[in-house]
Design a protein around this ligand. Structure first.
Ligand SMILES: C[S@@+](CC[C@H](N)C(=O)[O-])C[C@H]1O[C@@H](n2cnc3c(N)ncnc32)[C@H](O)[C@@H]1O
Length: 190
């Protein structure tokens, strides 16, 4: 079998395995860590301040939270994969930022979002569409949403970063008194 056919067979197998696995769990994205270079670029671009509170919905090994903690920000990561959470806690301890990083086993669709100023999502399209409703209902006005890999349909991004071919779309939740929903997502610089 040539290389192209092997790759496409592997991708097909990975998709089938993921679909099979997600029938029994609420997983809406596979493990696919963001490149550190993208994380650093986005967090620099967002000009994080120590008062920012970051949440990563589907945090994997917590790498976004560790990078935010190195900038003095507290953060919380949620995932269902205990191995990755354990790895993240260990890395936080080694980097001496455990006091700023909380990594919990929790379903992202159950966790409350209020109080977070920066919300990271790196989810597949269907999961992202479901998360969009939760963000619209719960995210604080002024919070910034970073969507890795996929645009959030119907929202207008305020900035886009591209690193190693991967996009990160930035949105800002504003409470502009729209009569239909009371809020809108768009508009001003990140
Ligand atoms: C594409 S990875 C992104 C990991 C990390 N945010 C990053 O950018 O490096 C998606 C993560 O979401 C987690 N995940 C998917 N569905 C979830 C759910 N319903 N509750 C909690 N975590 C979930 C997966 O276990 C996986 O670690």
């Amino acid at each position: 079998m040539d290389r192209k056919r092997t790759t496409s067979a592997l991708v097909k197998y990975a998709k089938e395995t993921f679909v099979e696995h997600t029938r029994e769990t609420s997983l809406v994205a596979p493990i696919s860590p963001s490149p550190e270079s993208l994380i650093e670029t986005v967090l620099d671009g967002l000009r994080l301040e120590p008062h920012d509170i970051v949440v990563d919905l589907g945090c994997g090994d917590g790498r976004w939270l560790l990078a935010a903690a190195r900038r003095g920000c507290a953060g919380r990561g949620l995932d269902l994969n205990e191995d990755l959470l354990r790895k993240g806690r260990l890395a936080a301890a080694e980097a001496r930022v455990s006091s700023l990083v909380e990594l919990d086993k929790e379903d992202i669709f159950v966790a409350p979002l209020a109080g977070s100023t920066v919300i990271i999502v790196y989810l597949f399209r269907e999961g992202l569409a479901k998360m969009k409703e939760k963000l619209e209902a719960e995210a604080d006005p002024g919070a910034r949403v970073v969507s890795v890999g996929f645009q959030i349909r119907g929202w207008v991004s305020v900035a886009t970063f591209v690193v190693e071919g991967l996009h990160a779309y930035i949105y800002r939740v504003s409470d502009l008194g729209d009569s239909s929903s009371g809020r809108t997502i768009a508009g001003v610089a990140p």
